[in-house]
Ligand binder design. Structure first.
Ligand code: TYM
Length: 335
C-alpha cells in the first residue's frame, strides 16, 4: 500500500483554501486509499513571530478541525509534529545536504522574509531552513505521495532533490516522494485580492473564508467578493488572467460541486446569481465540519487521546528510517 504524508501549520484559523486545496481530499480519498499520515506542523509555525499561548490553542484547534473534516483516527494517523523527535533529528542531517542557495531561491521564503522585514521584524533563521524541515517530515516516513495545494509544490520538489542527493552520496536511504495536486481547488484566491492566495495569516479577514465562519459571515464575504469589469462587461467568463475574481468564484463553485469551471461559467448571465450560488455551496460544504467541530470541542480528552496514539504510531514508523540515515551519513551509533 502506498504511503501518503501531508501537513498543515497551526499558524492561524484554517481557511476554505486549506479545505478545498488539501484537507477535503485527505478525508475523502487519501486516507482510504493509502497508509496515510497527517501532521499538525507546530515547529513550522515557529518560523515567524508567534505567541506561545495562541500556538498551543491553534495546534489543538487545527487537530480538532482535521477530525471534524472527516479524518478518521482508525483509518489514518493524525499527530503533532513536535511530539515526534525524529522530524528535528532528520532535519539537521538534511541541512547537511542542502545548500544556502537552494533555500534562498524558495518563493515562499522570499515572500515571507519580505513581509517580516516590512513589519520591522527580524527574519528568523528557521524561516530559511523551513523547507528542509518539511523535507524531513516527508522523508522520515518513506512517503510515496504528498497531497498539497499548488503553493507547496516547490517545497515537495526540494524534498525530492534532497532525497536523491542523499541516496546518491550515502547509499539508498529515502523513498523519493511525488507531489499530487487536486484537479480543482489547488489555488483558492483571496476574495478581496484575487491576485493573492487565500491564506491563514491574512489579518483583515474579509477576503478569507474560515472553516468556522458562521453561514451569515460566509455569505457576506462571498457577496462582497471583488469581481472584475473590463472588456466584455459583466459577462461571466472563465479567464484566470483577465478576470481573476470571477475565475476564483467559478473555481470555488467547481470544487464544491464537482463540475467544470468553464461549464459553470456558461450557466450564468450575471455576477449576482453566481455569487449567491457560490455562497450557498460553500455554506453547505462547511456545515458538517462546523457541526462536528462543535461536538468534538465538548470532548478535548478524545482529541488528546487521538494525538497521543497518533504520535506513538508515527514515532514507530519514523525511527527506523531516521536511524538508517544517521548510520548512512557516518555518525557512530551510541554503544
Ligand atoms: P499550509 O498550512 O499553508 O497549508 C496546508 C495545506 O493547504 C494548502 N493550501 C491551499 N490550497 C489551495 N488554495 C489555497 N489558498 C491554499 N492555502 C493553503 C497547502 O498547499 C497545504 O497543502 N508547508 C506546509 C505544511 C507542511 C507540509 C509538510 C505539507 C509542513 N510539512 C509536509 C506537506 C508535507 C504549509 O505551510 O501548509
Amino acid at each position: 500500500m502506498k504511503r501518503v504524508f501531508s501537513g498543515v501549520q497551526p499558524s492561524g484559523h484554517l481557511t476554505l483554501g486549506n479545505y478545498l486545496g488539501a484537507v477535503r481530499r485527505w478525508a475523502a480519498v487519501e486516507q482510504h486509499q493509502a497508509d496515510a499520515l497527517f501532521c499538525v506542523v507546530d515547529l513550522h509555525a515557529l518560523t515567524v513571530e508567534h505567541d506561545p499561548a495562541r500556538l498551543r490553542r491553534l495546534t489543538r484547534q487545527t487537530a480538532t478541525l482535521l477530525l471534524a473534516s472527516g479524518l478518521a483516527p482508525d483509518v489514518c494517523t493524525l499527530f503533532v509534529q513536535s511530539h515526534v523527535d525524529e522530524h528535528a533529528r532528520l532535519s539537521y542531517l538534511l541541512e547537511c545536504v542542502a545548500t544556502d542557495g537552494e533555500m534562498r531561491r524558495m518563493i515562499q521564503y522570499k515572500e515571507k522574509a519580505r513581509r517580516q522585514q516590512e513589519r520591522g521584524a527580524g527574519v528568523r533563521l528557521s524561516l530559511l531552513t523551513y523547507p528542509v524541515l518539511m523535507a524531513a517530515d516527508v522523508l522520515a516516513y518513506a512517503t510515496d505521495e504528498v497531497p498539497v495545494g499548488e503553493d507547496q509544490k516547490q517545497h515537495v520538489e526540494l524534498a525530492r532533490t534532497l532525497a536523491e542527493r542523499f541516496n546518491q552520496r550515502y547509499g539508498h536511504t529515502f523513498v523519493v516522494p511525488k507531489v499530487t495536486l487536486p484537479r480543482v481547488g489547488a489555488r483558492v484566491m483571496n476574495l478581496q485580492e484575487p491576485g493573492s492566495k487565500m491564506g491563514k495569516s491574512d489579518v483583515s479577514g474579509q477576503g478569507v473564508v474560515r472553516l468556522l465562519d458562521e453561514p451569515e459571515v460566509v455569505r457576506q464575504k462571498v457577496m462582497r467578493a471583488v469581481t472584475d469589469s473590463g472588456p466584455g462587461g459583466r459577462q461571466v467568463e472563465y479567464d484566470r488572467a483577465e478576470r481573476p475574481g470571477v475565475a476564483n468564484l467559478l473555481d470555488i463553485l467547481a470544487a464544491c460541486t464537482g463540475e467544470e469551471p468553464v461549464t459553470l461559467a456558461g450557466k450564468y448571465t450575471g455576477y449576482g446569481q453566481l455569487k449567491k450560488d457560490v455562497a450557498e455551496a460553500v455554506v453547505e460544504a462547511l456545515r458538517p465540519v462546523r457541526e462536528r467541530h462543535a461536538e468534538l470541542c465538548a470532548d478535548p480528552a478524545y482529541v488528546d487521546g487521538v494525538l497521543r496514539a497518533g504520535a506513538e504510531r508515527a514515532r514507530a514508523m519514523a525511527r527506523p528510517v531516521v536511524d538508517t540515515a544517521y548510520r548512512a551519513i557516518g555518525l557512530l551509533p551510541a554503544a
